[in-house]
Design a protein around this ligand. Sequence first.
Ligand code: THU
Length: 133
Amino acid sequence: MEITEKQLFDVASQAMENAYAPYSHYTVGAAVLCDDGKIYSGVNVENASYGLTNCAERTAIFKAVSEGAKHVSKIVITNGTQELSKPCGACRQVMSEFMDSDDIVFLANKTNDFKEYTFKEILPLAFSDKDMD
Ligand code: THU
């Protein structure tokens, strides 16, 4: 069965329930669709030593890559507020390692309002391996 975008949104929202955000109380859920046809979810995982916090997007991507996936074609990022999610700079750079320019980024809120972007729209002038050729 083909994975629908609705499934990706549902996985991100459901995952968000597991966000570990006792410090910021800002919960984030992410779901990535990979070329292996699987969806991997992620949440933000905070730490008393604040700087060790891992964002939801990176959690999802690291889970995917550690299970053998190499490429993310779509990502949904949601959060527990009415504002649309905005991935931080570190997450955009990590996304650039595993997403191509025209891959799809859905930035959503807690009621599943969203805007759709291509990856290059959210990270123009990305630094990549090609810069080191
Ligand atoms: N956070 C994410 O999970 N993703 C982002 O791209 C933005 C920030 C998390 C990290 C921290 O747990 C909380 O949101 C507040 O910064």
